[in-house]
Ligand binder design. Structure first.
Ligand SMILES: [Zn+2]
Length: 382
């Protein structure tokens, strides 16, 4: 079975996060913290180094830096770089054409401006507007639900004109993907509670389900009208996410709602571990796409190969999108691009061996998943 060599295909990383200005970790624990979604300190202190992901990361970084494959040798080699040089070297080695960056996390003041990253790495950047952040800001500013709704319509009236390629929602983290239609009294009561929290505490974490669902319908209406992609966090995440409610099958009512058919729904993180469910949705709903992210979740090579096979096994290759979901450090954007190409090359090579695809059809599918599908979906000019 011969794997395809996809090294030369430039990728569009359709879901990732920005880069910390300061790349050099203060100590080994600060470094390990990047590689777990757990909030428990003992996890990054003691358990992270024994994941297969972390072993692979250290081995691959050692090859990149030309040092011994130990954590301390890799960190020493890495610490010899200036932050800018590190970002440039890793992103260029990853052959990344475009980074589509979620502006909602981490906080902008910690990050290098996207334009500086683009200039450093010689790649393009695009931005996503995170809906929950926008909604929280509007609830803090407006004192009635009608005023918030109106302001949200105005803020989302022409999303592309504001420089965004799409919207992003983390409702899966907050109240779950079973987004419902609420009666007005329920939405109003929910607004009063959220508004009170915003006023009393000076900030708001929007996890008031009737209100969040109601405001999401405003966003979906606008997304459908503008034929905008909306990325949904699904599946694997930190402990805020109730994994049962992060199953993409909960989106059925939204997906079935005819007026929303113009919205392009992107299910992030291969819905891990619900990849088959996400692949199924991409196979039956014309407006659903499945993102395959190879940086986060922190998985072994074998598990990433398994989800890639599962996605290819059910979804059209025209509906699959490469990403890293990398946050903060270029090491993650880089290892994701290297592993993603290798795994996709292996999985598509298997389809050639089975006689399902010719070699040239497999190469076309690989280019589509790594680049062309996202270019089309997000209307990225050449
Ligand atoms: Zn993300």
């Amino acid at each position: 079975m011969e794997a395809l060599d996809l090294t030369d295909i430039p990728v569009i990383d359709e879901h990732c996060h920005g880069f910390y200005r300061t790349q050099l970790p203060t100590d080994v624990m600060a470094w390990r913290r990047h590689f777990t979604e757990s909030a428990a300190e003992s996890m990054w202190h003691e358990q992270v180094p024994s994941t297969l992901f972390y072993h692979r990361l250290i081995r691959e970084l050692a090859l990149f830096f030309g040092c011994e494959a130990t954590e301390s040798a890799v960190l020493d080699a890495r610490n010899r770089y200036q932050s800018e040089d590190l970002i440039r070297s890793l992103l260029q080695a990853a052959n990344i054409e475009t980074l589509l960056i979620d502006q909602g996390y981490p906080a902008a003041e910690l990050l290098m401006p996207d334009a500086d990253v683009a200039a450093l790495a010689g790649c393009r950047v695009g931005a996503f507007l995170r809906l929950e952040n926008l909604m929280e800001a509007l609830i803090a500013e407006q004192d009635t639900l009608d005023a918030v709704t109106e302001a949200l319509y105005v803020a989302l009236a022409d999303v592309r004109a504001q420089g965004y390629v799409g919207l992003k929602s983390i409702v899966a983290y907050r109240t779950g993907l079973d987004i419902r239609w609420w009666e007005r009294p329920e939405a109003l009561e929910s607004f009063v509670q959220a508004r009170q929290e915003a006023v009393e505490q000076g900030h708001l974490r929007l996890q008031h389900k009737p209100l969040l669902d109601t405001l999401l319908h405003v966003a979906f209406t606008e997304a459908a009208r503008q034929e905008l992609p909306v990325q949904f966090h699904t599946g694997y995440g930190d402990t805020d996410a109730d994994m049962l409610l992060a199953n993409p099958l909960h989106l059925r009512a939204v997906l079935e709602h005819r007026p929303y058919r113009g919205m392009r729904v992107v299910l992030l993180h291969e819905c891990y571990p619900y990849t088959r469910q996400g692949g199924y949705l991409a196979a039956v709903y014309e407006h659903v796409y499945l993102d395959l992210s190879y940086g986060i979740p922190f998985l072994s090579y074998g598990e990433m190969l398994a989800f890639t096979r599962a996605a290819l096994g059910v979804a059209p290759t025209s509906k699959l999108l490469y990403s890293s979901d990398a946050v903060g450090i270029p090491d993650l954007h880089w290892i994701s691009a290297c592993d993603g190409r290798r795994i996709l090359g292996q999985a598509l090579g298997e389809s050639v061996a089975y006689g399902e695809l010719t070699r040239s059809e497999a190469e076309t599918a690989a280019t589509a998943i790594l680049h062309d599908n996202a270019a089309r979906l997000y209307r990225l000019a050449h």
